[in-house]
Design a protein around this ligand. Structure first.
Ligand code: PMP
Length: 380
């Protein structure tokens, strides 16, 4: 038996012996390995609708790839990382020099902040948005400008541009589209027009973590700018539609000179070999990706229809979460916890709203029942 297969079989037997009952493969199954590789995410425990994760669980193809790759986990991930970079580059029609990998896309956000951090650097962000860019900027005391979203919950690009124009040195502009927590997109044409006319000291960090869930016509990725504008960085993640939040893998796409600037702030060997194997397998797994997208569409509809029916104000969603009006979000969060459901944290200044992640259609059906009960008690 080849060493790899021998180790696989050994691992599988040991794993089967220690698996909790609900995961254990049927000993009568023709291929216990296949059973092991195909177990789905556990649905026990709280209903976790708080972190915009993929409720389907990691793709079974990725699970298999990880188990197969364990045999090489004593090795640094050089060749595997280069191979995935080549793959991602080909997928986006760019060169490997245009890609920097991160331990999650959050590391790319961090690299970007650190690459530009200097006395006088201005940071312009929408408000509310994903908090981590502001968080990474904190130790550097940047000149922070938070620009409220418009009444349509899109980035107020006119005000953001005015703020960028007043910057004295480098200006980092964070564009999060779809925006976390509002799940709203900012019109592509307006973003494009600004990128087109922006001076070189203005840097755009375009976060497309949720791009795969968008169904609005006319929405386009900012990747088209990579060959033209060194001041544009696009951040992508394997945490959302690819179902790998716990494995930590993301990447940035930019001009090679910009990538070198970012890479200077990346930890060495920042991607682990199992995450690389999982990503490689998931990229090939079109049925899984289609299913993830369809499940999200269906479950999002279940939630939005129910909100509509109950007359609860919500923001139309282009992502895998929905923000809607609940009154006191802290109280709502606690009451949901009492029902074993985890919903999103408060996002000031929108403290009347809750961000709830989309689960499977079945989970959203259960969630809606609880929400309806809350409504009859006037808790929402
Ligand atoms: N960007 C946005 C907008 C996010 O919501 C998140 C995670 N919730 C991230 C980036 C970071 O994702 P990760 O580090 O898991 O790739």
């Amino acid at each position: 038996m080849e060493r790899r297969h021998f180790l696989q079989a050994g691992f599988a037997t040991a794993a089967l012996a220690t698996l909790p009952r609900r995961f254990a493969a049927d000993s009568r199954a023709a291929d216990p390995l296949a059973e092991l590789f195909n177990v789905r995410a556990s649905d026990d425990g709280p209903l976790r609708l708080n972190s915009n994760e993929n409720p389907l669980g990691i793709a079974s193809s990725a699970r298999r790839a990880v188990i197969e790759k364990l045999v090489d986990a004593n090795r640094y991930p050089g060749a595997e990382k280069r191979a995935l970079v080549r793959r991602i580059a080909a997928m986006h029609g760019v060169r490997p020099e245009n890609i920097v990998m991160g331990n999650g896309s959050t590391e790319v956000l961090q690299m970007m902040v650190q690459a530009l951090a200097a006395p006088g650097t201005r940071l312009v962000i929408p408000d509310p948005t994903f908090e981590q860019v502001e968080g990474y900027a904190k130790p550097f005391n940047l000149d922070l400008v938070k620009v409220p979203l418009t009444s349509a919950y899109v980035h107020d690009l006119a005000r953001m541009e005015a703020a960028a124009r007043e910057g004295r040195g480098a200006v980092l502009v964070y564009v999060c589209s779809p925006n976390n927590p509002t799940a709203s997109i900012t019109p592509t044409a307006a973003v494009d027009a600004w990128i087109q006319r922006a001076p070189d000291n203005v840097w755009f960090l375009v976060d497309e973590a949720y791009i795969h869930f968008v169904d609005a016509s006319g929405y386009e990725s900012a990747l088209k700018w990579i060959g033209k504008k060194p001041n544009v960085v696009v951040a992508r993640t394997f945490s959302k539609i690819y179902g790998m939040a716990g494995m930590r893998l993301g990447y940035g796409v930019a001009h090679p000179d910009t990538i070198r600037k970012l890479d200077a702030f990346a930890a060495d060997s920042n991607t682990n070999i199992l995450a690389l194997a999982a990503a490689d397998a998931t990229l090939d797994d079109q049925p899984y990706l289609r299913q993830a997208r369809q499940a999200n569409d269906e479950a999002r509809r279940i939630l939005c229809d129910a909100l509509e029916e109950m007359g609860i104000t919500y923001i139309p969603s282009q992502a895998n979460f929905v923000m809607y009006q609940v009154g006191d979000t802290k109280a709502f969060q606690k009451r949901m916890r009492d029902r074993d459901i985890w919903v999103g944290r408060p996002f000031p200044p929108m403290l009347e709203y809750n961000r709830t992640s989309i689960g499977t259609p079945e989970q959203m059906g259960r969630f809606v029942e609880v929400l309806k009960d809350f409504r009859t008690r006037s808790w929402v």
